[in-house]
Design a protein around this ligand. Structure first.
Ligand code: HEM
Length: 405
């Protein structure tokens, strides 16, 4: 199979459900494989890491975006994402990122531990109540979806009563992180973005009038050396915090729980030693990455892994494949929480390294030991259904039985 065929197989519905065979077929053509005219698929860990950190490697600029997605300027969803730090290059990216990082500090994240623990405990109660009498319950509906939304709302200062709205808008919008969108997905993303932007506009105005101890206020107030976020940048980056922080974390919880339930001895060891949660979570991130890929273009020619990438090349950086690169991770298809330094690329690398990595890790490090301890009889019930997506890898539903709490 040549690299273009391997890539086509990755794009097929079967490849989206289980991309790992296609990654191996691509890897057979080298860590950086020419997979189409001007298109390179990167499966090597070292090569993906190097490219993500290389200043000549950039996210799509407006000109390129006009070429591949001309409707973006008229789409509230696509334009919001395009104006956020996720899809911006220096110098705008560096300025926005610096201001956002000054607001989204490790201290603020650490301060959320009690909120995360309380929300996780409450959701475990509802999961247990729904699964009383041995009925199968969906882990995604009762836990993996509501926890990240609840935590983001707490972080931003959104009242608990508005969480269902946020959950709906976030679900409407997640399609925008995929490389392609159907017209229906774009229409619902635009509807969600319009309502979400209206909500944030009011929240920002309220925090300007009366500051609170939340991330929205910190972003409104963020400034240094005369720099501030413009009104549009503020909205776009509030939107990206929800879009980037929601289904990604949901997928870490869903994918991670499925792996733990399939490895009862490892799950039992975590139940007895919750202090090992950080190593477990990093190995879960590596083993079945919630974000499988990101894309870049080369502003200049770049040589990597022995391959010359001309200026204007398109790069498909397959983070999920890099996480299983045998040159970096011996026996990569084995889940092994005792592996030394799993060093997942699941949060990316370089200037766009995930701003919320600390928060996502915190949620999973709190949630898994708590779930295993509070629900010792938690087991899978029936076949889970995967979402048919390329970028965000997760489950539509993950049925479990919970036993007696
Ligand atoms: C960027 C993954 C959770 C906010 C990224 C990137 C990845 C990623 C791969 C880089 C994309 C690229 O280079 O093109 C994940 C995963 C998560 C997660 C796997 C959960 C397991 C979160 C959370 C938040 C968040 C909880 C915030 C509440 C962001 C932001 C960026 C980002 C703002 C853009 C950073 C920039 O461009 O400078 N994330 N993320 N993420 N993530 Fe996350």
């Amino acid at each position: 199979m040549d690299a273009a065929q391997a890539l086509a197989s990755l794009m097929s519905p079967e490849g989206r459900v289980d991309p790992y065979p296609a990654y191996e077929w691509l890897r057979a053509h080298g860590p950086v494989a020419a997979a189409g005219p001007g298109l390179y698929a990167v499966t090597g860990h070292a090569e993906a890491d190097e490219l993500l950190r290389d200043p000549r490697v950039q996210v799509l600029d407006d000109n390129l975006r006009d070429g591949v997605m001309p409707q973006w300027r008229d789409s509230p969803a696509l334009a919001s994402i395009a104006r956020s730090m996720l899809r911006t290059n220096p110098p705008d990216h560096s300025r926005m990122r610096r201001l956002a990082a000054a607001a989204f500090t490790p201290r603020r994240i650490a301060g959320l531990r009690d909120v995360v623990t309380a929300q996780a405990a409450e959701l475990i109660d509802t999961l247990a109540a729904a699964g009383r009498d041995g009925r199968p319950v969906d882990f995604m509906t009762h836990f993996a979806y509501p926890l990240p939304v609840g935590v983001i709302c707490a972080l931003l200062g959104v009242p608990a009563a508005d969480r269902p709205l946020f959950r709906r808008w976030a679900a409407d919008l997640t399609g925008v992180l995929e490389p392609e969108l159907t017209p229906d997905e774009l229409a619902s993303a635009d509807a969600g973005a319009t309502e979400l932007r209206r909500y944030f506009t009011e929240l920002v105005a309220a925090r300007r009038r009366r500051p609170a101890d939340d991330l929205t206020t910190a972003l409104v107030q963020a400034h240094d050396a005369g720099d501030r976020l413009s009104a549009e940048e503020l909205l776009a980056n509030l939107v990206i915090l929800l879009v980037a922080g929601f289904e990604t974390t949901t997928n870490l919880l869903g994918n991670g729980l499925a792996v733990l339930l399939a490895h009862p001895a490892a799950a039992d060891a975590l139940r007895r030693h919750p202090e090992h949660a950080p190593a477990y979570v990093d190995e879960l991130l590596r083993y079945d990455s919630p974000v499988q890929l990101t894309t870049r273009t080369t502003a200049e020619a770049v040589r990597v892994g022995g391959v010359e990438l001309p200026a204007g090349s398109w790069l498909l950086l397959l983070l999920g494949a890099a996480n299983r690169d045998p040159r970096r991770h011996p026996d990569p298809d084995r889940f092994d929480p005792w592996r030394a330094a799993p060093s997942p690329l699941s949060f990316g690398a370089g200037p766009h390294y995930c701003l919320g990595a600390g928060l996502a890790r915190l949620e999973a490090q709190v949630a898994f030991p708590l779930l295993l301890r509070r629900l010792p009889e938690l087991v899978p019930a029936g076949t889970p259904r995967r979402r048919i997506r390329l970028t965000l890898r997760g489950y539509d539903n993950l049925p479990v039985t919970v036993g007696r709490p």
